[in-house]
Design a protein around this ligand. Structure first.
Ligand SMILES: Nc1ncnc2c1ncn2[C@@H]1O[C@H](COP(=O)(O)OP(=O)(O)O)[C@@H](O)[C@H]1O
Ligand SMILES: [Mg+2]
Length: 226
């Protein structure tokens, strides 16, 4: 399953809420290891698209495939297993667990996948080091700046070696300078760990060095020439 030549595939995807059509005729093919950005104004459907890809929501019509497997036939339990094992998530508001230390936050996805404690500790240390957070493992999220919290969230998103990382406005709550730093780290860390990265952003200032950029406009997704 994880050797598929397409990591994310959308075929004729449509998503509507009642009469409100949010996405229509959406086709997308993201290859392993690519960094893809989806840009569009607020309300254009970026989160809706990422939620469909992440199996958090189902399309009204069309097919979503992850790692060559259609999500359509999966039960809710099977979907959450795919999410837990194959996907990493980075959100605008970091979503770290405040009562856990930084290292415990990073280890959580590994623990949920049954990794042993020793393995988890080692990998959390490695990732925190790569993200410039050496020595922060025993601190609590609220003791860190926004940029540092998002770097912890990136370490957490990659700890269980997911195939795909989904990042929804990961820089939306940071000042521009910090946003650029965090985006560069997100991209580098995903590339180093060979994870496919799909990121949504409303801001053209933080497109980074994406391999491909798509725009959502009037419910349709278009690839931009680069
Ligand atoms: N659960 C929902 N029920 C009804 N409408 C929704 C729901 N989720 C999103 N929408 C609508 O879909 C459109 C796209 O939303 P969203 O995907 O969050 O946009 P973006 O992330 O680009 O800002 C918006 O008009 C929003 O109001
Ligand atoms: Mg959104």
């Amino acid at each position: 399953m994880h050797n598929a030549d397409s990591h994310i595939r959308l075929i004729g995807v449509r998503k509507s809420y009642g009469d409100h059509v949010v996405l229509e005729e959406c086709d997308l093919n993201v290859r392993p290891g690519e960094f893809v950005v989806v840009v569009g104004r607020s309300g254009s459907g970026k989160s809706t698209l990422l939620n469909l890809i992440g199996g958090l929501d189902r399309p009204t019509d069309g097919v979503v495939e992850l790692l060559g497997q259609s999500l359509a036939g999966l039960s809710e339990d099977e979907l959450s297993r795919v999410r837990c094992r194959r996907l990493g998530f980075v959100f605008q508001f970091f979503n770290l667990i405040p009562t856990l230390t930084v290292a415990e936050n990073v280890r959580l996805p590994m623990a949920l996948n049954g990794a042993g404690r020793a393995e988890g500790v080692g990998r959390a240390d490695t990732l925190l080091g790569e993200l410039g957070l050496d020595g922060c493992g025993s601190r609590f999220p609220e003791e860190l700046s926004g940029g540092e919290q998002q770097r912890v969230a990136i370490a957490r998103a990659l700890s269980h070696r997911p195939n795909i990382v989904l990042a929804d406005e990961p820089t939306g709550n940071l000042d521009l300078e910090t946003a650029e730093e965090v985006l560069a780290l997100l991209e580098q860390t995903c590339r180093r760990h060979k994870a496919t990265l799909i990121m949504a952003t409303h801001s053209r200032e933080v497109l980074g060095t994406a391999d491909r950029v798509f725009t959502i406009r009037a419910a349709h997704i278009h690839e931009e020439p680069r």
